[in-house]
Design a protein. Structure first.
Length: 157
């Protein structure tokens, strides 16, 4: 199953996302994003051989998830969200740190992601984890036309 850990956040479990998690994941997705992914998009990602998809559980409930694609020594974080009732408590930091640690064991050294230009909260979170802005994608978010910052974090010395 997953790896449980007693943290300052209480007992949490991180495990591989499965199809049975999709209802909980879709609820978090809808509560978190202007243009949420569809069930089909999640199913496609779960089936991808280059994807790592994890859920974070607390008290036997999915409270967050992270999805990324990895190729060779690079990973691209596609989607990460924590249920609104559990935000600003450190769960996002825990989950991102967890996947970075697991990926580094597989030789992944560089991590990339896009974040909305107006999402200052997420940008701050990513900066605390060592990410920095390396570029901008104009009009990246089709539904609003908002630009995205491309952020990068490297484990290389």
């Amino acid at each position: 199953m997953g790896k449980s850990a007693e943290t300052c956040l209480g007992l949490v479990t991180v495990r591989t996302m499965g199809r049975t998690d999709l209802d909980d994941v879709l609820e978090i997705e809808r509560l978190s994003f202007i243009s949420p992914w569809t069930k089909g998009m999640f199913e496609d990602t779960i089936c991808s051989p280059v994807a790592k998809n994890l859920v974070l559980e607390k008290d036997n409930r999915v409270i967050g998830y992270i999805m990324l694609y990895s190729v060779e020594d690079e990973a691209h974080i596609m989607n990460v969200a924590i249920h609104p009732n559990h935000r600003r408590k450190g769960f996002g930091v825990y989950l991102i740190n967890y996947i970075i640690e697991k990926c580094s064991e597989d030789g992944i050294r560089d991590f990339f992601l896009e974040v909305r230009e107006g999402n200052r909260g997420a940008q701050g979170l990513y900066r605390t984890l060592g990410f920095s802005v390396i570029g901008k994608r104009k009009g990246y978010y089709r539904e609003t036309g908002e630009d995205a910052y491309v952020m990068h974090m490297s484990l290389r010395k």
